[in-house]
Design a protein around this ligand. Structure first.
Ligand code: PLP
Length: 392
C-alpha cells in the first residue's frame, strides 16, 4: 500500500514533517490518517469563481461568512477574487481573520458581554474597517460607552429581523429609532442595515424560496427607505446566503451577500432545489468530504468505518458515489455503512469519502483541510480558532 516516492517504516512521521514544510510531492490521499477532511480543489475553485462572477455580474459584493471554514487560506482566496471582506459569527473569528491581515470584517452576532464588546472596540482601534451589529438599544449604549472610554470610533450595522427569530430588531419604527440612536452616538458610526433571512436560505423549491426571501426581507428594505428618508447614512445593506444568492440581487436591495456554505456545500443544501426547478440544488459542487477507512466487515451488507460521534457522522451524511448507502453512528470512533444488495461491496481497508450534512459543525472538529487534485495532496490549510479558548 506504499505510495510512490515515500518509503517504509517511518512513513507517517515523514509525511507529517513534509506537510509541515509544504513539501507535498508524491503525497497521496492513501497516505493520510483518517478520518480527515479533504477538499477537492477543482470543485472548490469552481465554487469560488462562480460566486465571484455572479457578484461581478449583479453588482452585489461578497462579504462571505467564515463560520463554515474558519480558514484564512480560504478567506484570502475569496478576497483575491473580489470579496470586500468577511462576516464572522464570533469575536474570536474576527480576531483570527484580522490577525491574518484581512480587512472589511463584520461581526454578525451582537456582542453583549464586557469581554466581547471590549474586544470589538480593540479591533476597531487596530482596524478602522471593522464593523459590528446591534439589535438592541441597550447593547448600542454599551458599545458607545466602551468605544467612548477608549476614544475609538466603532462602525455599526443595525441588525433587523428577517424571519429568523434568533436575532434582529423589528423592522420599521423600532429599527429606525435604533439606527438614529447609533447615528447620534459620538463613538459609533452607522454604516448600514443587516437582515439575515436564514429561514429563506433553506426553503425548498426556488419559487417558494424566492417568496420567503421577498417576504422576510420586505421589512428590512422598507426600513432602508425610511432610514434614508430620515437622512441616515445607509451605505451597506447586508444579508443573504448560499440558498438565496441568485434571489437577493433580484429583490433589488441588498448591496452585499453574506453567503458562506457555497465554498464547500453540504448534503442538506443540495436538497433545496434549484432555479430550473430541479430538486437537486447543484449551483455549487460539494467540494468537502470526510475521508474514512473501512476497519471491519464481519456482517453481510454492512461495514464499519473509523468515523463516528467524534467525526460528527450523521444519518443525513452521504457516501460519495454511493447515495443509496445508509450511514449509522456506532459510537465515538465507529460508524456503520449499510446497503441492501451484495453486488457492490466495500473492502477492508478501503478509503470512503463522506459528504457532511452540517459544515460548521464538522469543520469544527478537524484541524486541517487536505487539498487534493485527484489522488494527489496539493496543499494543507489549517482550520484555525476551531475549538477551545481560541474559539470564544
Ligand atoms: C448571519 C449569517 N449570515 C450568513 C450566513 C451564511 O449562510 P450560508 O452558509 O447559508 O451561505 C449565516 C449562516 O448561518 C449567518 O448566520
Amino acid at each position: 500500500m506504499t505510495s510512490p516516492g515515500l518509503s517504509s517504516a517511518s512513513r507517517f512521521s515523514e509525511i507529517e514533517a513534509r506537510l509541515a514544510r509544504r513539501d507535498l510531492k508524491d503525497i497521496y490521499k492513501a497516505d493520510l490518517p483518517t478520518p480527515c477532511m479533504v477538499v477537492d480543489q477543482e470543485i472548490f475553485e469552481a465554487n469560488l469563481n462562480k460566486m465571484a462572477a455572479h457578484c461581478q455580474k449583479t453588482g452585489v459584493k461578497l462579504r462571505g461568512h467564515v463560520k463554515v471554514h474558519k480558514s484564512p487560506d480560504i478567506a484570502n482566496r475569496q478576497i483575491a477574487l473580489g470579496a470586500i471582506g468577511l462576516t464572522c459569527a464570533t469575536i474570536a473569528e474576527c480576531e483570527l481573520m484580522s490577525n491574518a491581515g484581512i480587512g472589511g470584517i463584520l461581526l454578525t452576532r451582537q456582542a453583549t458581554s464586557k469581554n466581547n464588546i471590549e474586544r470589538a472596540v480593540a479591533l476597531a482601534r487596530r482596524d478602522s474597517t471593522f464593523a459590528t451589529v446591534v439589535d438592541d438599544p441597550l447593547a448600542a449604549e454599551w458599545h458607545q460607552e466602551a468605544a467612548g472610554a477608549e476614544n475609538v470610533k466603532l462602525k455599526m450595522v443595525v441588525d433587523i429581523f428577517a424571519g429568523l427569530s434568533r436575532h434582529g430588531i423589528e423592522p420599521g419604527r423600532e429599527a429606525l429609532e435604533l439606527a438614529k440612536q447609533v447615528d447620534r452616538a459620538k463613538n459609533l458610526e452607522l454604516i448600514g442595515l443587516m437582515g439575515y433571512s436564514g429561514i429563506a436560505a433553506h426553503t425548498k423549491g426556488w419559487k417558494e424560496r424566492m417568496k420567503r426571501s421577498r417576504d422576510d426581507t420586505a421589512g428590512l428594505l422598507e426600513t432602508v427607505g425610511a432610514a434614508r428618508g430620515a437622512g441616515l447614512p445607509v451605505e451597506i445593506i447586508t444579508g443573504g446566503s448560499t440558498g438565496t444568492y441568485n434571489i437577493d440581487p433580484e429583490l433589488k436591495g441588498l448591496t452585499e451577500l453574506q453567503a458562506g456554505s457555497f465554498v464547500f456545500m453540504d448534503t442538506i443544501y443540495t436538497e433545496i432545489g434549484s432555479k430550473n426547478c430541479d430538486e437537486f440544488y447543484g449551483d455549487f459542487g460539494m467540494s468537502l468530504t470526510v475521508m474514512t477507512t473501512v476497519i471491519s466487515r464481519r456482517h453481510p451488507h454492512q461495514c464499519t468505518i473509523d468515523a463516528g460521534n467524534k467525526a460528527l457522522l450523521r444519518p443525513t451524511d452521504q457516501v460519495k458515489g454511493r447515495p443509496e448507502v445508509k450511514i449509522l453512528n456506532q459510537g465515538a470512533e465507529y460508524g456503520i455503512l449499510a446497503w441492501k444488495h451484495g453486488d457492490r461491496d466495500f473492502k477492508l481497508g478501503e478509503r470512503i469519502e463522506i459528504y457532511p450534512s452540517n459544515l460548521d459543525m464538522s469543520t469544527n472538529v478537524y484541524d486541517r483541510y487536505y487539498v487534493t487534485r485527484g489522488e494527489q495532496v496539493v496543499d494543507v490549510w489549517p482550520i484555525m480558532g476551531r475549538a477551545g479558548a481560541a474559539q470564544r
